[in-house]
Design a protein around this ligand. Structure first.
Ligand code: ATP
Length: 249
């Protein structure tokens, strides 16, 4: 069994008396696709925010790659290998796909690029990363297309690509297929499955056929807590999950 990359113990986030995340013990193994599901308001996004450092937990602990990162700011979590996909709103719509990826690679390089590298050498290296990502996304033919001219689905694929520019150990994707047309969903699904071969991926997803087909482990949340956890076959059989979330499945 693979090593543990991310672990939380008793993780909580309270807003006044309301516990959006309440005593979550999570264990994400390296090299797996770990999906968090649950009804609206279950606490999935708040959990992700606590993991990435966008929200400060009110209780508990987060260990990432053996380090206690509970109180580490978001940008320092990025530098040790945690990446969250960008939002479409953060794409430079008028710039090409390749330029967006180059800027993401530059951004992830931070001060190193400015301090130690000659700018032309840094630019060359960032373009090299952009080209590798273009290939992985199967978007080389669209390298020079302005990001704003891509379909919604391809813009979401580009967001994932931008997160990949930092060569993350853990990639967090919050509803990557939301708002996607039915034709683009298989593209994103196969991309995530492909990424799962090289990265550890945490996913929030509502589409149950995607969840069941690509996840190694599923955590079902309800009211801020973990209701059930396990591989798809186990979660699918759980009576509470079947009646509450899987409907007629
Ligand atoms: P969805 O599937 O609808 O995105 P979710 O499972 O991601 O839901 P969260 O967005 O984490 O749920 O919200 C969990 C609960 O915490 C909700 O009841 C929400 O209203 C509440 N909540 C989230 N952020 C805040 C905040 N800043 N202040 C107060 N309550 C909040």
């Amino acid at each position: 069994m693979s090593t543990v990359l991310l672990q939380t113990s008793g993780l909580g986030k309270a807003y006044g008396n309301f516990h959006a995340v309440n005593g979550v013990d999570l264990c994400v193994r390296a090299g797996t696709i770990h999906t968090v599901i649950g009804p609206n308001g279950a606490g999935k996004t708040t959990l992700f925010h606590c993991l990435t450092g966008e929200r400060r937990p009110t209780s508990g602990k987060i260990l990432f790659d053996g380090q206690d990162i509970t109180h580490r700011p978001a940008h320092k979590r990025v530098s040790i290998g945690m990446a969250r996909s960008f939002q479409i709103t953060s794409l430079f719509q008028e710039l090409s796909v390749r330029e967006n990826l180059r800027l993401a690679a530059q951004g992830r390089d931070g001060a190193r690029a400015l301090t130690f590298w000659r700018p032309t050498e840094a630019r060359r290296q960032h373009l090299e990363i952009a080209d590798q990502i273009l290939e992985r996304l199967n978007m080389t033919a669209r390298a020079n297309t302005p990001a704003g001219d891509l379909s919604h689905g391809l813009q979401r694929v580009l967001e994932v690509g931008m997160a990949l520019c930092g060569k993350p150990k853990l990639l967090l994707l919050d509803e990557p297929t939301s708002g996607m047309g039915i034709d683009d969903i298989p593209l994103m699904t196969s991309l995530i499955a492909e990424l799962g071969k090289e990265h550890t991926v945490m996913l929030i997803e509502h589409n149950m056929s995607i969840v069941m087909s690509i996840s190694d482990t599923i955590t079902v949340m309800s009211r801020g807590q973990i209701l059930v956890e396990g591989p798809p076959a186990v979660v699918r059989q759980d009576e509470r999950v079947r009646s509450a979330y899987l409907g007629e499945e």
